[in-house]
Each structure stands twice: as structure tokens, then as C-alpha cells.
Design a protein around this ligand. Structure first.
Ligand SMILES: NC(=O)c1ccc[n+]([C@@H]2O[C@H](COP(=O)([O-])OP(=O)(O)OC[C@H]3O[C@@H](n4cnc5c(N)ncnc54)[C@H](OP(=O)(O)O)[C@@H]3O)[C@@H](O)[C@H]2O)c1
Length: 192
């Protein structure tokens, strides 16, 4: 069965956005971007909360993003080729191809997606991912910890979830960002 991966770039103190709603401090250099491209290349489906989707649409609608460098062009191609499922009760229409809206997050439907998928799926942002954690659906965590403390904001990881993790991989980058890859040791027990 395909895995559901929660992938997030967070501050070292564990936030995906700070108290002002900013996350410019999460911007990564080319080395990290190239690594992310290779991680996400085999992924065919993104499950997005509406807020993260809105920050990602530029990878298809704003060609200037891809023009920054070959690494960015590579990511734009990876992103555009993947299926996107956007969870939202408010979004009226999507502005990218291969994208559909779901009005509710139904764990059984996601379980079926995992069973039917030929390759792994990624879930983000933190709000939607928290629901996937609570439903015991997250098989792996890919965390990019950025060397900055922001003091508060939106937690990268869900509150109220107990889950044992097994470290599968780690990598340090020249920028000081650290990648940690964990497997859920007890998929299905989250939130108990
Ligand atoms: N650290 C970084 O590198 C980075 C990168 C990009 C973005 N960010 C920031 O990180 C934030 C992450 O997003 P987030 O955690 O705030 O939100 P999110 O999970 O991306 O989106 C939350 C929205 O998803 C929809 N949703 C969630 N659960 C749902 C459900 N059960 N059924 C239907 N719809 C559901 C709702 O949309 P509706 O309100 O439309 O119903 C909800 O407001 C972004 O807002 C952005 O500011 C950080």
C-alpha cells in the first residue's frame, strides 16, 4: 500500500508559520530544494489544506517562480505533474490543473486512495495533516528543521496525538537545516 507522508518545513521550535502569519524564514537554499525535488519526484498525489494549496498554486500559475533556477524549474514540473486534492469548505474553484476540491476529510476515502495509489502521497499543511494524524493515516514524517526560533505561531505537529516514531533517515545541509525522516511505529493508534 502507498504511504501517506506528512512533509513540513518548520522552525527549530516547531512552527510552520510565525505569529504574524509569516514563513519567509522557512525559505531554503538550492541544496535543500534539490533534495526536496528528489524526495517528491515519485509522489503522484498531494492532499492539501486550502491554506497551503493557496501558497503552492504559483508553481503552476506564476512562471517566474520556475525561472529562478533549474532546481525551481524541476520542482514546478514535479508539482504540475501530480494530482492535487484540496480540502476546503470555502474554496469555490481551483486555478490549477489535475486538481479537485473535497468538502470534507473522510479518513476512509483517504485509506482507499492509499490502497489504490501506485506511489506515495503527501499531506500538508499542518491543519489538514493534524486530521490525518488523528485518523492514524500518516505513515511517515518528513521534517525540515530550519535554524531559527520564531517563538510562536502555527504548530507543525498536531496537539493531542500520541505516536511512537522510528527514525529512518537524517541529513544535515550547509545552511544548517536538518532533515528528519520518521516512520509511524503504530499507524492506526494516533489520538488514542
Ligand atoms: N513553513 C513553510 O515552509 C510554509 C510553506 C507554505 C505555507 N506555510 C504556512 O503554513 C500554513 C499551513 O497551513 P495551515 O495549517 O494553516 O492550514 P492548511 O492545513 O493548509 O489549511 C487549512 C484549511 O484546510 C481546510 N480544511 C482543513 N480540514 C478540513 C476538513 N476536515 N474538511 C474540509 N476542509 C478542511 C479548511 O479550509 P477552508 O477554510 O477553506 O474550509 C482549513 O481552513 C499556511 O497557512 C502558510 O501560512 C508554511
Amino acid at each position: 500500500m502507498a504511504k501517506l507522508i506528512y512533509s513540513a518545513i518548520a522552525s527549530l521550535d516547531g512552527y510552520v508559520e510565525d505569529e504574524d502569519g509569516k514563513f519567509d524564514w522557512a525559505e531554503q537554499d538550492e541544496e535543500v530544494h534539490a533534495f526536496i525535488n528528489d524526495l517528491e519526484r515519485p509522489v503522484r498525489t498531494y492532499l492539501y489544506g486550502r491554506r497551503l494549496y493557496e501558497t503552492m498554486v504559483g508553481w503552476e500559475t506564476d512562471p517566474s517562480l520556475a525561472e529562478h533556477s533549474p532546481v525551481m524549474r524541476d520542482f514546478a514540473a514535479i508539482w504540475q505533474a501530480a494530482e492535487k486534492i484540496v480540502y476546503s469548505r470555502t474554496l469555490e474553484a481551483v486555478s490549477t490543473t489535475r486538481t479537485r476540491i473535497e468538502r470534507e476529510f473522510h479518513p476512509d476515502a483517504v485509506r482507499q486512495e492509499k490502497q489504490a495509489a501506485g506511489s506515495d502521497l503527501i499531506v500538508g499543511g499542518a491543519g489538514l495533516a493534524a486530521e490525518a494524524f488523528r485518523a492514524g493515516l500518516v505513515d511517515e514524517l518528513h521534517l525540515f528543521l530550519t535554524p531559527v526560533l520564531v517563538g510562536g505561531g502555527k504548530h507543525a505537529l498536531p496537539e493531542g496525538v500520541n505516536l511512537k516514531l522510528e527514525l529512518l533517515d537524517e541529513r544535515r545541509f550547509r545552511s544548517g537545516t536538518v532533515f528528519l525522516r520518521y516512520r509511524s511505529a503504530s499507524s492506526g493508534d494516533a489520538g488514542d
